[in-house]
Design a protein around this ligand. Structure first.
Ligand SMILES: Nc1ncnc2c1ncn2[C@@H]1O[C@H](COP(=O)(O)OP(=O)(O)OP(=O)(O)O)[C@@H](O)[C@H]1O
Ligand SMILES: [Mg+2]
Length: 253
């Protein structure tokens, strides 16, 4: 029987994400994250909520090594976030749609697969699957600038999921997305979650978060205000809905 060593056992049991004292001060001196601690257990559907400028994208960018961390530690399934193991475990769909304008839909997915070490055959199979899921098959040979805004967002999501990451980070994935895709997207993300994928979501649609997220963190000014299940938050804030919780939490912050 295979028995894991102490190190790999720690990683099997590790949370998907662990931030310890994560601090980000931008070059102009602005403190966007202030000694932030957060643990997201493996397999959880986690919501990060807060107003514009709260620090959500900064937090995500720090986790994904897109901005330099000022202080603190970030581990992804027990791996320091700067390691190639950690990078491979994360799939990120950024808030800003950043696609290579010279690549068509299929190439975008295949290049991403290649970058993450997938074999050509695997990448082709998976790219087809992703184009089907996100209804992009008819646009396979179309370059990003010639896609509609919603289609670009679909491609961004398809790309994030290409290498079958264990932690999927979605920074406002439904901004600008039509009703049908929203339903489709949530159905798919729910299924991923049921299969064991950890989901970290930011959204300004509070009903969406209330329905989907098992655990929610409210943040503002780079600090954690509250963190609990939607039911726990409603109780703690004596509120009927998550929207009421949000309003109360932000008013007292
Ligand atoms: N490169 C930068 N230099 C200086 N300040 C920055 C930089 N990027 C972001 N900030 C500031 O950091 C703060 C947090 O921004 P961030 O993008 O993390 O917010 P957010 O919670 O994602 O907001 P939104 O809901 O609008 O997406 C803001 O005040 C923003 O102006
Ligand atoms: Mg943001």
């Amino acid at each position: 029987m295979w028995t894991p060593g102490a190190r790999s056992l720690k990683r099997v049991l590790s949370p998907a994400l662990e931030l310890r004292g994560l601090t980000k001060r931008y070059d102009d001196g602005f403190l966007a994250l202030d000694a932030f601690d957060l643990v997201v257990p493996a397999g959880e559907f986690f919501g990060l909520l807060g107003p514009n400028g709260a620090g959500k994208t900064t937090l995500i960018s720090a986790v994904c090594n897109l901005v330099r961390v000022t202080a603190g530690d970030v581990d992804v399934f027990g791996h320091p976030h700067g390691t190639s193991e950690a990078r491979r475990l994360i799939g990120l769909a950024e808030q800003d749609v950043n696609l290579d304008r010279f690549l068509d839909v299929e190439e975008t997915l295949l290049y991403h697969g290649g970058y993450y070490g997938m074999s050509r055959a695997d990448a082709r199979r998976r790219a087809k699957e992703m184009m089907d899921v996100f209804d992009l098959r008819a646009k396979a040979k179309v370059r990003a600038p010639k896609l509609s805004g919603g289609m670009r967002r679909r491609l961004l999501l398809a790309r994030a999921l290409m290498h079958e990451p264990r932690l999927v980070i979605l920074d406002e994935p439904t901004a600008g997305v039509d009703f049908e895709l929203r339903l489709e997207l949530w159905r798919y993300i729910r299924r991923l979650h049921e299969e064991g994928t950890t989901i970290l979501l930011t959204t300004h649609y509070l009903e969406e978060a209330e329905e989907l997220c098992e655990d929610i963190a409210l943040i503002r000014g780079g600090r954690l205000l509250a963190r609990d299940t939607a039911a726990g938050l409603r109780e703690a804030f004596a509120a009927d809905t998550l929207a009421d919780v949000y309003v109360k939490a932000m008013a007292t912050a």
